[in-house]
Write a protein that binds this ligand. Structure first.
Ligand code: FEO
Length: 406
């Protein structure tokens, strides 16, 4: 998150004010959540979270998704203001995860005559989350089907596993707007200015990273659409330079490294492995490696470290033998990588052990099923503390890794 603003920083309208026009007939009615401690129960969000929702005003009125139930009252007030005394005809549910679907019941209680639009799976999950809830009308759609609101026409594009099986995106053709569900979302509330790419990348890799294939399929479908505006369910509305965001999504979902650099991730019980990791990082910097990251896995944000491992082309993992395996934070970290289909990267190991320095072998074994991993020829073995032999091994590893950038 330390990076500076990158080009393509959006100037979307969905910032600060709670009721806001995306276009003359599409109104933003989402909410900012600064009370959330861990988003989805695991991600720190120092700048909060936005749950986006939109209303399309036409002969018929469609509400696009709800918000987390904690913010139901605020959202319903935004909706009422946008409606100007009218009633919504449709509630379109693109995603049933509770950060978006949590206020469906509150909505239905306030507007019982509104038809709810979703697909087969949407309704299955809806009644699992809200057992006993009754809807006056259920409109079940298939991928590619359309719904006319008058001047606006919605086309539903199923996007399974981006990020749940029922997810669908919605393309509005008269104004060329893609309602992208979780796609193109980011961490962070909309009343805080921050770089888009950094928190969008941490969000994408953490939450959707495993489903690159499915994201590629959606990008292929989206390539056939003329898109002027992207309205995601998190983060700002994207109105300019859309190629910048789409290109990043293409890189992330195809598991290509976005940048050249070496990330050294370590765990250290008494500081000896830390010293070795930091020494390697210094040598890499001195050798001119374009970007060097060095992080203690026990004392930094796991999601940001996972993000960096996916962002750069080379990762070095340094840990100790522990209970016959490896230190727990390293074990968890590697599991985060492999379960997200970590691939197309170079990986090197540093191991430390007083009587059984076998961590390198254990770590390597954890990548057994990963595709296209190139392991460095040099592995650094430390017996308790750095000595001449292990320092020479660090030199050799630094030289090997740096050579790729020359
Ligand atoms: Fe933003 Fe998958 O929920």
């Amino acid at each position: 998150m330390e990076e500076m603003k990158e080009k393509g920083e959006p100037a979307g309208p969905a910032r600060g004010k709670m009721t806001n026009k995306v276009t003359d007939s599409i109104i933003y009615i989402g909410v900012n959540d600064h009370d959330v401690d861990l988003f989805e129960g695991q991600y720190v969000v120092p700048n909060g979270m936005a749950y986006n929702s939109y209303v399309i005003m036409d002969e018929k009125i469609a509400v696009m998704d709800t918000v987390d139930v904690k913010k139901a009252d605020e959202w319903l007030a935004n909706l009422e203001e946008a409606l100007q005394g009218r009633k919504p005809d449709y509630l379109v549910v693109q995603h049933m995860e509770p950060d978006h679907a949590g206020s469906i019941q509150a909505f239905v209680e306030k507007y019982p005559e509104t038809a709810v639009v979703g697909n087969k799976k949407t309704f299955t999950y809806m009644f699992q989350f809200f057992p006993g809830m009754t809807l006056s009308e259920q409109v079940e759609v298939k991928s590619g089907e359309t719904l006319s609101l008058g001047a606006h026409t919605l086309t539903f594009v199923f996007a399974p596993m981006v990020h749940w099986p029922e997810v669908m995106m919605t393309y509005e053709s008269s104004e060329k707007i893609l309602f992208a569900a979780d796609g193109f979302g980011k961490f962070g509330a909309l009343d805080v200015e921050e770089d888009w790419a950094c928190e969008a990348r941490r969000y994408y890799i953490g939450i959707v990273g495993k489903y690159g294939k499915q994201v590629q399929a959606v990008l292929k479908a989206a390539a056939g659409l003329d898109i002027a505006v992207i309205c995601p369910l998190h983060g700002p509305v994207l109105t300019e330079n859309l190629g910048y965001y789409i290109n990043l999504y293409d890189i992330w979902s195809s598991y290509r490294p976005e940048g050249q650099g070496v990330c050294v991730f370590y765990t250290s019980v008494y500081g000896n492995t830390k010293k070795a990791a930091e020494l390697l990082a210094e040598k890499l910097k001195a050798a001119g490696v374009p970007k060097v990251v060095c992080e203690d896995l026990a004392r930094s944000d796991m999601a940001e470290n996972v993000e960096d491992a996916f962002r750069y082309d080379t990762t070095v993992l340094a840990t100790t033998t522990y209970n016959g395996g490896i230190f727990p934070f390293m074990q968890t970290f590697i599991e985060h990588l492999t379960e997200r289909d970590f691939q197309n990267r170079r990986v090197a190991f540093m191991e430390n052990g007083t009587w059984a320095a076998t961590a390198g072998k254990v770590m390597k074994g954890m990548f057994e099923k990963s595709k296209n991993i190139t392991f460095a020829e040099n592995t650094v073995t430390i017996k308790s503390a750095l000595n001449e032999t292990s320092m020479a091994a660090i030199d050799a590893l630094a030289e090997e890794l740096a050579a790729a950038y020359k």
